[in-house]
Ligand binder design. Structure first.
Ligand SMILES: C[S@@+](CC[C@H](N)C(=O)[O-])C[C@H]1O[C@@H](n2cnc3c(N)ncnc32)[C@H](O)[C@@H]1O
Length: 253
């Protein structure tokens, strides 16, 4: 998966179409107030959550492996912010610091497609946490339900003001039930005023995770699951929840 080509469009697209996910910011603010800083943020992207937390005075170390997204985050940091952006892979980073609170937002943990990668990531995070520290993350449950959608369908056609263009997004997806993976194939067409078309692809794959799988995985990596929610406002987790939020505490040394 390569987020670099898409980085320029990330904030714009998010503000236009990701209305459900936009509600997560107040949750991360609540968790930050409860668990305190300095905060370790994994998969920070362009700083959608990082900046609002830094605006509230939290010191944040923000990790992402996309150079372009990290550069966008850097361009938004002001003198009053205490943000340390680091370009690194969530599976194997090394920072000389321990944190009382870490989080991974917007289902980013599900981009780890194998059990091995999930364990590497959780062990790496665990090494960077203080005793009793909290790790929080949200996932999108039940990804692998339904049929494949191998025919591209138009998701949106929107003006992209920075380039004075129109961007069309066509999507398809394929479900690999054996490995609990959903592969998304997104093709973007950016059309300028003269009708010239620039095309680019942004394909991502996500791994489905169930609550009891996650509980065992956390336990294996030195965490205990302490809370699960079914929404950003603390709703109860149910079969029909569109989001699942996990809170885990580091146990042992
Ligand atoms: C859906 S975006 C979320 C960005 C941000 N957390 C937000 O909520 O807007 C997923 C992010 O995960 C990052 N990412 C994916 N795999 C990664 C990995 N192995 N290590 C570090 N970052 C990764 C991508 O570069 C991208 O910024």
């Amino acid at each position: 998966m390569n987020w670099n080509n898409f980085a320029e469009y990330y904030d714009w697209e998010f503000s236009q179409v990701c209305t459900q996910q936009q509600k997560d910011i107040s949750m991360w603010k609540r968790f930050a107030a409860e668990f305190g800083g300095p905060i370790l943020e994994i998969c920070c992207g362009s700083g959608r959550i990082t900046l609002p937390l830094a605006d509230e005075g939290y010191e944040i170390t923000a990790i992402d492996y996309s150079e372009n997204l990290i550069n966008i985050l850097k361009s938004k940091i002001s003198k009053s912010h205490k943000i340390t952006p680091i370009m690194a892979d969530m599976r194997n980073f090394e920072i000389d610091k321990k944190f009382p609170f870490a989080f991974i937002s917007y289902a980013s943990f599900q981009q780890l497609l194998t059990l091995h990668d999930q364990i590497e990531c959780l062990n790496t995070i665990n090494r960077h946490l203080e005793n009793g520290a909290i790790l929080a993350f949200d996932i999108t449950p039940c990804l692998c339900e339904g049929e494949d959608s191998q025919m591209e369908t138009l998701q949106y056609s929107l003006n992209y003001p920075p380039n004075n263009t129109v961007v069309n997004l066509f999507s398809a997806y394929k479900i690999d039930r054996l490995n609990c993976l959903k592969h998304y194939f997104d093709r973007y067409e950016e059309i300028d005023q003269s009708g010239n078309i620039k095309e680019f692809k942004h394909n991502i794959s996500l791994r489905e995770i169930t609550a009891n799988y996650m509980e065992l995985l956390l336990e294996k990596c030195g965490f205990e699951l302490i809370q699960m929610y079914g929404g950003f406002a603390g709703e109860k987790l149910s079969e029909s929840s569109c989001n699942a939020i996990f809170l885990a505490r580091k146990v042992g040394k």
